[in-house]
Design a protein around this ligand. Structure first.
Ligand SMILES: [Zn+2]
Length: 578
């Protein structure tokens, strides 16, 4: 898992790197502001909208319409997926993917099957949730740390199973929590702040308001928006947050027998829309479960979504997974840009033979560009160990592919923004904007195929795009070690994307410089840059500067651990880390 570092090459595909940091660097994230509020007021004055029963080919419009609504309002929505029943209905999965990529949808397990989990043994519950997360990973490239028990029921075995699987958030219902232990486990932001809740491994954040109520005889009772708002306010006063639950069926017309039809009841959608607007106009923000408790949802960091609604940053750093072999032994990284490494690397190479894990990876950094990092660090006013650790944890670590060309990632969606909008027919003849699943074809008579994750394919698509519009194409790629987007050239110290491309294409030094320039970039010349935190050895502050997911401590400790490893392997050497 993420704790074992095979070697340097392997590590880059594990660590979520530059993109996430970059988002936060260059745009003020609502989340990091949200975190601030939490710390100050013991309340986030926020609400989570949760939609359950997401599955294939079932009341499709009832699932898609609310998803569209939240996306059109640019608001967060948490989805409970029935994992055994999802994966074939591409309209549903495609929509979910879109929302995830835009950073709006939070995914939760709503069971493997939609059954009462308390009727399963602890082992069965654990197997079932494990299976659910495996499929989640396969379908959406990320696991979930959140469980919405079907029918709300859970027991001690559920909590044990969740604990074994490191699922952190349980969202049942307020009445189920009451039945469980008179709400004693319900998470409150007060507890979080006075520290008494620190040992709680699973956070209980039950649904407290319902768009519609369903009782056993399936009679549906609609809750007036005013009542929901009053409940929300009351729950915020009590717990610091509130959770509103709705279902796809809430929006469907019924036939004369009281069965759901496939037709959307527009009035209900309008009511949901009005509810969202009312919440916001009462200065209550809409957030996700993981943001309330301050954890990152999902454990697969490498695939963790980093795309933004505006399509600004590259969203995946698994760039070389096909280009480089993964090996367990500490083998020297063979680079085609040897001249670069002769000037950048330390002359007193560390012998890699006996090294393992972190030490192996950081020794590679010393050998490849340790001398330059030593000089760079002194210019930046940070320690060489911190410089090395930052590159290791936050960048891909590699600048060039085996063929000597710079590592790039061509973002079809950005190319659409830059060029395709004006040339939509030509664009759609060759490109499909799908973020992780961007596709390309040379001619309209060919089939579209995916190209991410393959160095030579990325270049083929990029070269094709360059023939259509050189400038737009260069703006649409992320480049080199730090994977900085072309249109962000100014943040990396360049006056144009072309200039950045020309420099970085031939020089690892330029890539390293660009990476640190971006880290030093100060959005409005008011706040500190991320780099300022490193200067004072404030690792947590540094991590918080880019990390929008409440993982500051974890990232900080990775950087610290890597810095220590660098110190250890370089001790007594020419350009030793301090
Ligand atoms: Zn359900």
């Amino acid at each position: 898992m993420t704790e074992t570092f095979g070697n340097f090459l392997y590590s880059k595909s594990i660590f979520l790197s530059f993109p996430i940091m970059f988002i936060v660097l260059l745009s003020v994230t609502p989340n990091s502001l949200g975190q601030e509020t939490l710390k100050n007021n013991n309340s986030c004055k926020c609400v989570v909208f949760r939609m359950d029963d997401i599955q294939d080919y079932w009341l499709q419009a009832g699932q898609l319409t609310p998803m569209d609504l939240f996306m059109s309002k640019n608001q967060s929505l948490s989805l409970g997926l029935i994992m055994n029943d999802i994966g074939n209905d591409s309209k549903v999965t495609g929509k979910i993917q879109d929302g995830v990529q835009q950073g709006l949808f939070e995914l939760a397990l709503h069971g493997w099957d939609h059954i009462d989990y308390t009727e399963l043994s602890e082992e069965e519950q654990e197997d079932s949730l494990h299976k659910a997360n495996e499929k989640m990973q396969k379908l959406f490239g990320t696991t979930s740390d959140i469980f919405f028990p079907p029918l709300f029921n859970f027991d001690d075995a559920t909590l044990k199973a969740m604990n074994d699987l490191r699922l952190r958030i349980l969202s049942s219902s307020a009445s189920t929590e009451y039945d469980f232990n008179q709400n004693r486990s319900v998470f409150s932001l007060d507890e979080k702040n006075d520290g008494s809740n620190m040992n709680q491994t699973i956070y209980h954040l039950p649904a407290t308001s319902f768009f519609k109520n369903y009782n056993e005889t399936a009679v549906i009772a609609k809750n007036p928006i005013e009542k929901i708002l009053a409940d929300v306010t009351q729950n915020i006063a009590k717990y610091g947050y509130s959770v509103i639950l709705f279902h796809p069926q809430d929006f469907m017309k019924l036939d004369e027998n009281g069965n759901f039809t496939n037709v959307v009841e527009e009035k209900e959608v309008q009511d949901l829309s009005r509810l969202i607007d009312s919440v916001l106009s009462n200065n209550i923000s809409i957030t996700s479960f993981s943001k309330i408790v301050g954890i990152e949802n999902g454990t697969n960091l490498s695939s963790f979504n980093a795309g933004t609604a505006t399509g600004m940053f590259t969203n995946n750093n698994n760039i070389n997974s096909n280009a480089y072999p993964v090996s367990d032994s500490c083998l020297p990284f063979r680079t085609p840009r040897s001249e670069d490494y002769i000037t950048l690397g330390a002359s007193d190479h560390i012998d890699l033979k006996e090294l393992k894990g972190l030490n192996c990876s950081l020794a590679q950094i010393y050998n490849m560009y340790g001398k330059y990092l030593y000089e760079k660090a002194s210019t930046l006013g940070i320690s060489p160990s911190d410089a090395a650790a930052t590159i290791f944890v936050e960048s891909s670590g590699l600048g060039f592919g085996p063929d000597g060309r710079m590592i790039i990632r061509f973002e079809s969606c950005v190319f659409y923004e830059q060029w395709g909008k004006k040339e939509s027919l030509e664009f759609s003849n060759h490109f499909e904007c799908g973020r992780q699943n961007d596709k390309f074809r040379t001619s309209p008579t060919h089939e579209f195929t995916e190209y991410h994750g393959n160095h030579s394919k990325e270049w083929r698509v990029f070269e094709f795009a360059r023939n259509l519009d050189e400038e737009a194409a260069i703006k649409s790629i992320s480049m080199g070690l730090g994977q900085i987007m072309g249109f962000n050239a100014d943040k990396a110290g360049y006056t144009s994307a072309e200039e950045m491309f020309n420099n970085m294409s031939h020089s690892l030094k330029s890539q390293i410089d660009g990476f640190f320039s971006a880290l030093s970039y100060n959005k409005d010349n008011k706040d500190k840059s991320c780099m300022d935190n490193l200067k004072t050895n404030n690792y947590v502050g540094f991590a918080a500067c880019y990390n929008a997911y409440g993982q500051d401590e974890a990232y900080a400790s990775r950087i610290k651990e890597s810095a220590n490893a660098y110190k250890e392997v370089t001790a007594g050497r020419l350009y030793a880390g301090s």
